[in-house]
Design a protein around this ligand. Structure first.
Ligand code: ADP
Ligand code: MG
Length: 738
């Protein structure tokens, strides 16, 4: 049987059906998958010592003959102990294994073995405790031979568990590192000259990367720690490079499409800006200008407008919309929830009322749709009628939820598509929103022409630079890095358990003044499983996880019995949640106890207090988002970070909340402390492990992006490297579809 990369694991000799199942469980289906299952660390047993020189508490390997080996059982604990005496030219030492009676079947008196582990000391002197072991065929036994880890030829490594740097793989049930080494070694020998290079030669040379075959060997069976590192670097480079290529190619495809060129109507914009009750911030001007400039081009805009909560993104979107509408085209404006869509509808209608624009709201399942007729008069029309009007081009701005892309909504001349709070959309919807797919759908929605609309997405979630260059690399960025003037800074305090009462009293005072408070808790209720986990992790803050329900009971009955307290969490129906949000917005609730489901972007001017329970359990960027839900008016607002246990580390981390000037700063800190996995469910995006690990490595990200750009400039279709092209395609599918 010939082994190729594409060979299914079932066909690998020595891999039985039970192991096939186990491997498949962790997504390994082919030989290629298997050899790309990398160790996560190494054990350095390369130091081979004569027995007489073995030192206490150090990792080492010894090579010798088994003089005797036998099992015995302890009286008390009923465990089997296997003891062996090993001898080399310089002396003898005892090796002891616990609960591995079957060892006697493979290790026999007279066998030559290599043992690797730490030397311990007991009543009878030094011994090797639970060492890794490896039998050495008699013919290879050369007691004088030194393994120094610098063997030239990879095949030369006859040992895989001892006397070398040994790979340790992530622990997965039933798949031991020992077994993986045993399978991988012959597999790699079999694959000699059969692992094609993925990276173009100029890249391998230019960035001094290890060639693929060598890298595969060195990542599994490294000759030195340095080479293991080089091998890992190579694959990190490769994974990021593939992502960059995929993202940049998507962008190139999009650039070939044509969009409507919308001229900038300066007078119109000036008139609008002049009609606002406030002055635009410089950042708003700058971003609006970038967008207007993009809209002027025939190349479809694909831009992400980022700005902290309250930085005024909506106005920027409205400026762009107004310009597009007055040039004779339509705009679709999508929000993640009905409540937000309605809020936008009201704000857009209000601000654009002097401009005679037809604005409509298309929500989920309701039949009646409100539409803004000329002269500010609201009329209700049926859903079908509304869709008909959009199709005929009789609606200028259509605002709605994701129903805007999911339903058969057609436009006559859609030129701009705005998506607010892009990050709140589910992964699946986001895949649909991926620019090219969107382009295809949107193209069909335009009745009169086949041009694709410009695309503007907005988010309050700050995206660290490395992510902006990789997973969001196909978007241009505009950043609102300035808050409107006069906005008071939210006063933030870290509250220790002792100061709780004081904080409650303060809240009571504020609510007397008709202000409102949020209380955010990390969980709905502690489940049984969690309780079990808690018991295991004694001392952990999990043990005191605040549950929304419990907190609600406590606050409504004991602490604030006279106030109107309500709760909201993710397990409630959408309608219920919306009802509560509406009540809160109207001021009919004083304190809203909630999980993290509270809307981003909802304007509740009277909400001035944000209490976050178990603050130590949230990421900094997320805490910042919560904080952004208050302080949306000229009233002074407060954010209280309550911690169950205020360790020094927690305090240090949370202190960033008091200092940081923007969400960006906090997001970068999060990335540093918690790693990329904690970002917007990035874990579920199917980003390969090494790429994920390196999403905080800015130099590497920049390097791979440069490399990808250069390759695409010379060979946009990757004609010269079909293997690379195939890999890029695969990673594109993987990242977008999950
Ligand atoms: P976000 O960026 O979170 O979406 P919004 O667009 O909802 O922020 O704006 C928040 C509030 O700030 C709104 O009430 C809006 O009218 C107001 N606003 C926007 N720009 C300015 C400005 N330049 N000066 C004062 N208030 C502004
Ligand atoms: Mg907003």
């Amino acid at each position: 049987m010939k082994i190729e990369l594409s060979t299914p694991i079932e066909n690998i000799p020595r891999v039985g059906p039970i192991f096939v199942k186990k491997l498949q469980k962790i997504g390994i289906k082919t030989v290629e998958d298997l050899i790309f299952h990398f160790p996560h660390r190494y054990e350095d047993f390369s130091n081979i010592k004569p027995i007489s020189k073995a030192t206490l508490n150090k990792n080492c390997s010894i090579l010798g003959k088994i003089l005797e080996i036998k099992n015995s059982r302890t009286w008390k604990k009923k465990i089997t102990i296997t003891k062996a005496i090993i001898e080399d030219k310089t002396g003898a030492i005892e090796a002891v294994w616990f609960n591995q009676p079957y060892l006697l079947k493979s290790l026999k008196q007279g066998d030559v073995v290599c043992l690797a582990g730490k030397i311990s000391i007991g009543a009878d002197g030094m011994f090797l405790s639970n060492p890794a072991y490896e039998k050495i065929p008699q013919k290879n036994y050369q007691p004088e031979r030194k393994f120094n880890g610098s063997e030239k030829n990879e095949e030369d490594i006859s040992l895989i568990h001892t006397a070398r740097i040994v790979p340790v793989y992530p622990e997965t049930e039933g798949l031991s590192s020992r077994w993986l080494r045993y399978i991988l070694k012959p597999l790699l020998l079999e694959l000699k000259n059969k692992i094609p290079e993925v990276l173009p030669e100029e890249i391998v040379k230019g960035y001094s990367l290890l060639p693929i075959e060598k890298a595969i060997w060195q990542i599994h069976f490294p000759n030195s720690i340095k080479l293991a590192k080089k091998a890992k670097e190579r694959f990190s480079f490769q994974e990021l490079f593939l992502i960059e290529l995929s993202v940049l190619r998507e962008r190139l495809k999009l650039d070939k499409e044509k969009a409507v060129s919308v001229p900038i109507n300066i007078n119109l914009i000036k008139k609008f800006v002049g009609s606002l009750p406030f002055r635009l911030t410089d950042a708003q001007r700058k971003c609006a200008w970038q967008i207007l400039k993009d809209l002027e081009k025939q190349r479809p805009m694909s831009r992400l407008l980022q700005g902290d909560v309250g930085s005024g993104k909506t106005i920027v979107a409205i400026i762009a919309s107004l310009n597009v509408v007055k040039a004779g085209y339509q705009v679709s404006f999508m929000a993640p929830t009905e409540i937000l869509a309605k809020q936008h509808f009201q704000e857009v209608s209000k601000l654009l009322s002097p401009f005679k624009i037809k604005i409509a709201l298309l929500t989920g399942k309701e039949d009646k749709i409100i539409s803004q007729k000329l002269k500010n008069e609201l009329i209700e029309i049926s859903r079908n009628k509304l869709l008909e009007k959009a199709k005929k081009g009789e609606i200028d701005i259509l605002i709605g939820t994701h129903s805007l892309i999911q339903e058969k909504v057609k436009f006559a001349k859609l030129a701009l598509c705005i998506v607010d709070e892009q990050h709140r959309f589910g992964v699946e919807q986001r895949a649909k929103l991926s620019q090219n797919k969107k382009a295809k759908t949107l193209k069909q929605t335009n009745k009169k022409h086949s041009l694709i609309p410009h695309f503007l997405s907005m988010t309050a979630t700050p995206i660290p630079r490395t992510l902006a260059l990789t997973v969001y690399g196909d978007l241009d960025l505009s950043i609102l890095d300035e808050m409107p003037k006069g906005r008071k800074k939210v006063i933030t305090k870290i509250v220790s358990p002792k100061e709780r009462e004081k904080t409650y009293n303060f809240i009571r005072e504020r609510i007397k003044e008709k202000e409102q408070a949020f209380v955010i808790c990390p969980r709905i209720e502690a489940t049984n499983n969690e309780n079990k986990a808690l018991n295991k992790k004694e001392n952990s803050s999990w043990a005191q996880v605040k549950a929304v329900k419990e907190e609600y009971e406590k606050l409504s009955k004991k602490i604030f019995p006279k106030l109107r307290v309500e709760m909201m969490h993710g397990k409630m129906k959408i309608k219920e949640k919306e009802k509560i949000m509406k009540k809160f917005k109207k001021g009919e609730i004083d304190i809203l106890v909630s999980t993290s489901v509270v809307e981003v972007g909802i304007d509740i001017p009277k909400a001035t207090i944000m209490v976050i329970e178990g603050a130590e359990r949230f990421g900094l960027a997320q805490l910042h988002q919560f904080r952004g839900r208050v302080g949306r008016s000229d009233m002074q607002s407060y954010c209280f970070l309550l911690c169950q246990s205020l360790t020094k580390k927690t305090k240090q981390r949370l202190a960033a909340m008091l200092k940081a000037k923007s969400g960006f700063e906090l997001a970068e800190k999060d990335l540093e402390i918690r790693g990329p996995g904690s970002f917007y469910g990035l874990k579920q995006w199917g980003i390969p492990d090494l790429a994920m690990e390196n999403l905080k490595n800015l130099p590497l990200v920049e390097q791979t992006r440069q490399a990808a750009k250069k390759i695409l400039e010379e060979d946009p279709n990757l004609k010269a490297s079909p293997i690379l092209k195939d890999k890029v395609k695969k990673i594109g599918e993987k990242i977008h579809l999950e």
